[in-house]
Design a protein around this ligand. Structure first.
Ligand code: C5P
Length: 222
């Protein structure tokens, strides 16, 4: 059994940052499952597929020609690392993510990331659906305005312009869609360590997660 730590939470809760820091600290693999949904959204948009056509969206997910090469994300050989990070791509992702066939198509792909020595997986349903037996599950939250502030900063750092008020509205809209969908809705897994990070710096969040990791895997020297 490969060791898995899951980190779920809403958009902008800091789960991607924590997952990356934790994976580096442990020397484990890292799965950014949101990137897969973003890729399906982008591929569907580019192919002119209707977002109201679940069969066609599932076909896009099954035929996805995506590759992760180091920090680069390729779609059909083209680097789409920036294109998948826009808020529009996040919104398209959350639309395709509500389609059961799309989620099913990505399941094996995600599980294949669980390779020795271990995996840190971040997303919305890592602890509830994809890795239900993970010994450590974390659920990160923060209030919507704080998450929008973080997202705004991240986007500006990447040279992507964004309007703060729109970001808050988009984050709320995306949360609502992710929480209310019928399949794999965003919710805290049972027995998850829940961390409210509105006023907690990244280092404080990481410390709390590490504490949980140490108690689940006492042989790890971290
Ligand atoms: O985490 P990120 O913001 O990149 O995710 C983009 C969208 O992909 C989310 O709003 C959500 O709808 C979807 N997603 C999902 N399940 C995951 C990861 C992401 O439904 N495990």
């Amino acid at each position: 059994m490969v060791r898995v730590v899951t980190i779920d939470g809403p958009s902008g809760s800091g789960k991607g940052t924590i997952a990356r820091l934790l994976a580096d600290r442990l020397g484990w693999h890292c799965l950014d499952s949101g990137a897969l949904y973003r890729l399906v959204g982008l591929a569907a948009d580019r192919a002119g597929v209707s977002f109201d056509d679940p069969v066609a969206l599932e076909a896009v997910a099954r035929g996805l020609e995506a590759e992760f090469v180091g920090e680069r994300v390729l779609l059909g050989g083209e680097d789409v690392g920036l294109a998948i990070r826009t808020e529009q791509a996040g919104n398209l992702a959350s639309k395709v993510a509500a389609v059961p066939g799309v989620r099913a198509a990505l399941l094996d792909w995600q599980r294949a990331y669980a390779r020795p020595p271990g995996l840190v997986a971040d997303g919305r349903d890592m602890g509830t659906v994809v890795f239900p037996d993970a010994p450590v599950k974390v659920f990160l939250t923060a209030d919507a305005e704080e998450r929008a502030r973080r997202r705004h900063k991240q986007l500006l750092e990447k040279g992507i312009s964004a309007n703060f008020a729109h970001l808050v509205a988009e984050i709320r809209e995306r949360d609502e869609r992710d929480r209310s969908r019928a399949v794999a809705p965003l919710k805290a897994p049972a027995a998850a360590l829940e961390i409210e990070s509105t006023a907690l710096p990244i280092a404080g969040v990481l410390d709390r997660v590490l504490e949980r990791v140490r108690s689940a895997f006492p042989d790890l020297a971290v």
